[in-house]
Design a protein around this ligand. Sequence first.
Ligand code: ATP
Ligand code: MG
Length: 413
Amino acid sequence: MISKPKGTLDFLPDDAFKRQHIEKRLREIASLFNYKEIRTPTFEKTELFKRGIGEETDIVSKEMYSFHDSEFTLKPEMTAPVIRSYIENSLYNVAPVTKLYYISNMYRHERPQAGRYREFSQFGAEVIGSNEYIADVELISLGVFFLKSFGLNDLKIKINNIGNLEERAEYIKDLKDYLLKYSVDLSEDSKRRLEKNPLRILDSKNPNDIKILENAPVINEYLGNENKQHFENVLNGLKSLGIDYVTDYKLVRGLDYYTSTTFEIVSDSLGAQNAVLGGGRYDKLIEQLDGKPTPAIGFACGIERLTLVLEASTYEFPEEQSPQLYIVTSGDEARKKAVEISYRLRENGIYCELDLLNRSVKSQMKEANKYKAKYVAVIGEDEIKTNEVKIKRMNDGSESGIKLDEITNYNFN
Ligand code: ATP
Ligand code: MG
């Protein structure tokens, strides 16, 4: 037997139905905030991610699915593709501020574990063209609104401001000097990062690293007036919406393109992979990808992780609709008629089902019950002869008759 590739998921009908429900809600909420959907190719030129995300990030250095002599890569994230498309299609000419959302599969060659897959999907949103703090507040509130709409109230919102490139360079210099003093005690990963990407050490989950970091310099003290004010405005904005947050000066996030505001929403019910949603400002990315300097902010939410959180919560997914009518048949003539009737009913928007296996009346009734059909019609030789059929309402057993040819006029509600 050939099995699915490691780290991928099958969505069987029950799971796919849950996913439909989540996506429907996502689209409704994105519309409330006036974000428009964008879809981009499944693969892009590898160069886009190298330049957009940064060569030293986990994604680009070890998680990309590249092919065709590495010319192309299955998208590991959507911000770089969205910005590529924004520039390529001159969306800045359409409106001064562009608000987009996406729901799409992503591909990362990671070690699969709970909440971490090689193919997974993200819902994300981007606001391109505004560096006003209200853009940050609106975008973050969109993510929070969405999660809260499922009754998830015990999520933790972590927020930070990692400064502009100059402020960050100053900080990184001091952070590195500090960490160098403890370099022998750092984890192997962190030792490696000390040279290439010291900021990422702040992300370390290693207990000893965490201890060393306790007294490390914090980025907040390196912010200039502009970013300090921006940070404060964002925090006050969230407060005014009743959104609780915690500031976390170690929150730097894994992608090189972030500047200024960064944030993450975590859930205790997820264990090690606890981030449901993460994002931040990326005011330099657009020029890095050869566009005009344009400020922007976005987030991405892992939909499988969200589903895990929902399954661990008290949230009740809706039940799938049951058929309005199940047509039980007996005999060849009846079956022939039932096929025709069912098609006409469906043309009229009536959800109905019939036996495709030539089974006994008894097992068809059983199936009608299994599907929780609201009504059942039994068609046999008599019904064909008289052109009359009885429709039985299953919740109370009441019956009423109708001409077979007029069955589409019956009120199945
Ligand atoms: P992590 O720290 O968990 O690796 P990340 O920093 O790589 O996350 P982002 O690239 O910011 O995550 O992606 C945003 C969201 O996408 C994450 O918060 C998470 O919910 C989800 N996500 C990221 N990688 C995976 C994966 N391999 N499988 C499932 N969901 C993922
Ligand atoms: Mg990751």
